[in-house]
Design a binder for this molecule. Structure first.
Ligand code: CP
Length: 311
């Protein structure tokens, strides 16, 4: 699979991106944001190209923002849901991808509950594949919109302290953010109870710069960004938490913790949120919360990626 930006065909994760390429995508995102601020929010960059959004798992933000992004670039956009398709008759992912190729698809956007599904699709597709979230492996476009939002608000990412708190063991958002944030020079702290972190050696072995903490109040000292992750009840195998109330007391962004944080500390969440579990409503609506801006920036980031892959 090609990895340098001149020949990039696929976006499976951010592990094979150099810092320069990440910066270029963030700059292209700024241009796309300018397009979206116009009265006519559409340019002809992908006219005549076909983008198929293949969603094998639920999504609101990612699915809709990819659709809006492709339409803003004038692509032909087709929504594919596993439900109601020949997948229900047993058609494999490989055969589905080959079928989409035979139908003239240029770019496949894929979300799948199985880690590795976008990589498999990329091996059997002559066009481009973008990972829209696979299992607990990766969610590169979420990480890019998070990076863009941080850079837009903080000016630069290098040297900033970013605390990612919550259900880290199940989080593809945490993994992709770790690649992006460390490549751009942020100081990342992962904070979770041991059962929601898994083996520390995995994290420090893959990202040696990362700091691990089990004490949220201590981890918040000097934070520029606090990113809360959703407790993924659907991926829990049971017994990882004594109770959600216990978890919230130690690890949620509560009104008390919000008051202790500086007004400059960004509050982020990739969504969807469990309000009252990992984040309180007061934190969601705080002036320093940028959760809605993350969603808004998702369209421009995805436009930037579609544009660069099509070019
Ligand atoms: N953050 C995120 O991926 O949200 P959706 O599941 O709604 O796409």
């Amino acid at each position: 699979m090609a990895t340098d930006q001149a020949h990039r065909r696929h976006v499976i994760d951010l592990d094979d991106f150099a810092a320069d390429e990440l910066e270029e995508i963030l700059e292209t995102t700024e241009s796309m944001k300018e397009v979206l601020s116009r009265e006519i929010k559409q340019v002809p960059a992908l006219r005549g190209r076909t983008v198929v959004n293949m969603f094998y798992e639920e999504s609101t933000r990612t699915r809709i923002s990819f659709e809006l992004a492709a339409k803003a670039l004038s692509a032909n956009v087709v929504a594919f849901s596993a439900r109601g398709s020949s997948v229900e008759k047993g058609e494999s992912l490989i055969d589905t991808v080959r079928t989409l190729q035979a139908l003239g698809t240029d770019i496949i956007v894929i979300r799948h509950h199985q880690s590795g599904a976008p990589y498999l699709a990329a091996q059997h597709f002559r066009g481009s594949v973008i990972n829209a979230g696979d299992g607990r492996h990766a969610h590169p476009t979420q990480a890019l919109l998070d990076l863009f939002t941080m850079r837009e608000k903080l000016g630069q990412i290098r040297g900033r302290k970013v605390v990612i708190v919550g259900d880290i063991i199940h989080s593809r958002v945490a993994r992709s953010n770790l690649w992006g944030l460390t490549k751009l020079g942020a100081n990342v702290t992962l904070c979770a109870p041991p059962t929601l972190l898994g083996p520390e050696a995995y994290w420090t072995g893959t990202w040696p710069e990362v700091t691990i903490s089990h004490r949220f109040d201590a981890a918040l000292e000097g934070a520029d960004v606090v990113m809360a992750l959703r407790i993924q009840k659907e991926r829990m195998q049971g017994g990882l938490l004594p109770s959600l109330r216990e978890y919230s007391r130690a690890y949620a962004i509560t009104p008390e913790r919000l008051a202790r944080l500086g007004a400059q500390t960004l509050i982020m969440h990739p969504g969807p949120m469990n309000e009252g579990v990992e984040i309180w409503p007061e934190a969601v609506s705080a002036p320093n919360a940028v959760i809605e801006e993350q969603v808004t920036n998702g369209v421009a980031v995805r436009m930037a990626l579609l544009y660069r892959l099509a070019a």
